[in-house]
Design a protein around this ligand. Structure first.
Ligand code: SF4
Ligand code: SF4
Length: 401
């Protein structure tokens, strides 16, 4: 379907407006899904890509809450992806903005460069001082994860006991440099559930960050490389534990315009699809709040599988924040590029999570965990609930078993 056909499916009813976090923040029509679709129609009619128009597209989180809310089935996910490519190829951004974006995309999609940059975390500057140089530097200093010893997974993690499946595991770029402990937990949980886990060496970025920023050529290049890596590994299923990457992998056939010889699944939907659990779960007497990562809930429609897995842990009490469908402000690199809006959304989400009384906040996306961790600490300091990935909690229940 052409971009014009996609925008024409919007009947301007406005049902999506209340679900949109940026419309909630500013009450501005042009910062709503309907407004952005209208702006895009004007661009397609030949209107210039002014800095105001660019600002409205840049302010979109890409959270896809509007896709869930739209009764007419408007594919805003495809619309915003194409709109960003159009904006990126026609807009002239200020020099500082161009430098920040160039720096990010010279670093983030490259696992090796990211690993080399880990040492910089030792010299984390004061966020307020860094923000005086550039808001993105302030956000980087505030959100940078603690430096942990990286976990290097072997190329094959063998199933515990009888094997019932062989799967590939995406270790990603940012995930690989800063969240390798989550990948290790995913591999352990899968192995305890009877899976051999293949971890191909030399995995590239999946291309999600580039796609969300309208860098089409880089997104396709990354997707092509990663698709080939898992094809060579000979797996028919690739498991992901990062919501944004999983969403991107599921779009590979349309991004690349060619069939991909494996399917992508989120780790939680894969574990549920295996059927009766093999690994015993011991009680974890905690109250946890489950946070729906946007690219898991809205992007992939994965809502029940993580809740089902958490419900299978004895003594665990699972609660929900009052605004489960609203983005926490993380949204890939949104919290680095739009730090003010991201911080306000983070504050609101942190408040609703604190109000649940939970001791732990659980989510299926490391980016959300970083954003929530910073927002919760800012809100309640040392009383902040701990943050964990869903697989880390499962791993804990299985380790105790
Ligand atoms: S995107 Fe959907 S819900 Fe929003 S205005 Fe258009 S048709 Fe209505
Ligand atoms: S993707 Fe999210 S922020 Fe963007 S228009 Fe849709 S609901 Fe609003």
């Amino acid at each position: 379907m052409s971009l014009r056909d996609l925008t024409d499916t919007c009947v301007h009813c406005g049902f999506c407006l209340p679900s949109c976090p940026t419309y909630q923040l500013w009450g501005e029509e042009m910062d709503s899904p309907r407004g952005r679709i209208h702006l895009l129609s004007q661009l397609l009619d030949g209107a210039p890509t002014s800095s105001t128009v660019v600002g409205h597209f840049d302010a979109c989180l890409g959270c896809l809450a509007c896709v869930t809310a739209c009764p007419s089935g408007v594919r805003y996910d495809e619309i915003i992806a194409e709109a960003r490519v159009l904006v990126e190829s026609t807009a002239r951004r200020p020099l500082a903005d161009r430098l920040v974006r160039a720096g990010m995309f010279a670093l983030f999609p490259y696992p090796r460069r990211l690993r080399l940059s880990r040492g910089l975390l030792r010299f984390r500057p004061d966020p307020a001082l860094a923000a005086r140089i550039h808001p993105t530097l302030g956000a980087l200093a505030a959100l940078a994860p603690p430096l942990r010893r990286p976990v290097r997974l072997p190329p094959r993690v063998r199933a515990w006991g009888a094997r019932r499946a062989v799967v590939g595991l995406l270790t990603g770029c940012v995930q690989n440099a800063f969240f390798s402990h989550v990948s290790a937990a995913t591999a352990r949980v899968l192995a305890r559930e009877g899976c051999d886990v293949i971890v191909p060496r030399g995995q590239s970025c999946c291309g999600a960050l580039a796609r969300h920023a309208g860098r089409d050529a880089l997104a396709r290049r990354s997707a092509r490389r990663l698709a080939a890596t898992f094809a060579r590994a000979g797996v028919d299923t690739v498991v992901t534990d990062v919501a944004g990457c999983g969403s991107m992998l599921k779009e590979y056939e349309s991004v690349l315009g060619t069939p991909v010889p494996w399917r992508a699944v989120d780790v939680t939907e894969y574990l549920v699809s295996l059927g009766e659990p093999l690994a015993p779960r011991r009680p974890v007497p905690l109250t946890v709040a489950y946070h729906d990562a946007c690219h898991l809930a809205h992007g992939q429609g994965v809502r029940s599988a993580p809740r089902q897995l958490l419900a299978g842990i004895p003594s665990l009490r699972v609660v929900s924040p009052r605004d489960p469908d609203v983005c926490c402000g993380s949204a890939g690199v949104y919290n680095l590029l739009q730090p003010e809006a991201a911080m306000e959304l983070g504050r609101r989400k942190a408040q609703s999570l604190v109000d649940t009384g939970a001791e732990v906040v659980v989510a299926g996306n490391p980016g959300c965990l970083l954003q929530l961790d910073a927002a919760l600490k800012e809100l309640v300091g040392a009383r902040a609930p701990r943050t964990m990935h869903t697989v880390e909690l499962l791993d804990l229940a299985m380790r105790q078993g």
